[in-house]
Write a protein that binds this ligand. Sequence first.
Ligand SMILES: Cc1cc2nc3c(=O)[nH]c(=O)nc-3n(C[C@H](O)[C@H](O)[C@H](O)COP(=O)(O)OP(=O)(O)OC[C@H]3O[C@@H](n4cnc5c(N)ncnc54)[C@H](O)[C@@H]3O)c2cc1C
Length: 499
Amino acid sequence: MDTDVEVLIAGAGPTGLLLANELGLAGVRTAVVERLPQRTGRSKALNLQPRTAEVLDCRGLLEPVLDRSQALLPSGHFAGLPLDYGALDTAYPHQVGIPQARVEEFLEDHLAAYGVPVLQGRELTSFRQDADGVTATLLGPDAAERTVRAGYLVGADGGRSTVRRVLGVPFPGRDGRVGMAVADIELAAAEGESGGSGEPWRLPDLRPDPAGVAFLLPLGDGVHRLFLGGPEQQGADRDAPVTVDEVGAALARCPGPPRTLRAVRWASRFTDASRQAERYAVGRVLLAGDAAHLHAPAGGQGLNLGMQDAFNLGWKLAAVARGDAPDGLLATYHAERHPVGARVLANTRAQMVLTLPDPDAVVVRELLADLLTTPEANRRVAAMISGTDIRYPMPGAPDHPLLGARARARAPGVRLLSGRGALLADAPSATVAAAAVRADRIDQGPAADGGEALLVRPDGHVCWAGRDDDADGLRAALARWFGPPRSRLPDGGAPGRPR
Ligand SMILES: Cc1cc2nc3c(=O)[nH]c(=O)nc-3n(C[C@H](O)[C@H](O)[C@H](O)COP(=O)(O)OP(=O)(O)OC[C@H]3O[C@@H](n4cnc5c(N)ncnc54)[C@H](O)[C@@H]3O)c2cc1C
């Protein structure tokens, strides 16, 4: 049966939209379906971590995102304890303060360049897969059902993912123990606290307090985000509206001058539920972002984790759709991203413990706060929360300090605007000749600092590093990550698209 699209993505959140951009760049016929009839303009997340900034910069998308941002914070935090991003090995040693809605809007607008549609008001309700593809059922705005045939389906449909449920993948973990809420509120202007666009963003105050968490972050233009997590929020139904009384009580507990609440623009409950899909892929169906993992928003990592899932998956799915993927390439998505997700689940659980007003948790927090005053400990935790310490296993390649790491650690100027991989080596050499037979999948550039040759995947991770004359080692890495040379592809290979 012919397919309508090669890849169908359920969910136009940050994960689905970045994935759609990656597939669009690779020329893969893709469509995104989104249950909501229009964008809400609401934002859960407010930040991009350094690794996400690198990812966007890799494709030339960071500049326009920065143009839409509100602040650059030179630090991150672990349960509110400051982390110095200045010490990180990155060209972007800061968090970008930008509401999630603006990131989504930019990514969606950018899709127009590739002709990838975002079909709003279309809810994916079920699907079945067979050996050749996936047939998905969509419920449209007029309550009419239609089916779409796709080669692959990606569930980027958030924490309550329909794709995950229909797939029947176990989602082990635990339910929430702590109830919290966020409210974006308008305040009457208080002296010294205008909430204007010039007011600096700051790290959250998560010191344990028996009365519960209550802190305000200025978002600009008189709007503040209020985080509240006290006795009133415990045990509340997740979908129960947050009341003005709850907001008012938490506001009164925030440090600083008394404030007058003008309006609640939006409010929502959340918990520290912590769950992860046992498998990120079953046959032709994959899970990414919150659909694959749920955790407390501690440290500002969820959106970043989802976008980085998308960046890992996009080029692999594109290679499969093009027909030049080496065996096992798609399986590396789960193998690489599941451990990264598990680590975020673990660190967010640890952070939540450090916010509890339990005397034993308080002494652990004090101990950690002391440790984090030492540069090495601070840098280690900062590297974890910022996503800059991610290294993927590269089986079969000779060990090297850069293997599996971000190429940018050694070659900060490297961008992969074409979405292809890159061989950074000094020409002419044996390695350059070895890569030339895959010129449709690999660009070439000069060797990085230090003169060593690096083979970089389209997601910016080094998959081979070595001497210029190690053509055999390079050939093995090329075959493992980029598939056979063009002449050995079944039909001579899809034509390389010059960019
Ligand atoms: C209070 C709070 C604060 C947060 N703060 C931060 C932060 O500061 N930093 C950070 O990194 N992360 C933060 N997060 C987490 C972050 O918001 C999420 O990790 C992120 O939204 C995940 O993106 P996603 O695209 O995977 O899923 P979502 O953003 O949930 O998007 C999924 C999309 O799929 C659509 N959809 C759902 N079901 C279907 C269906 N059946 N068919 C079609 N479409 C469907 C939904 O309407 C939605 O648009 C926070 C979360 C919360 C709750």
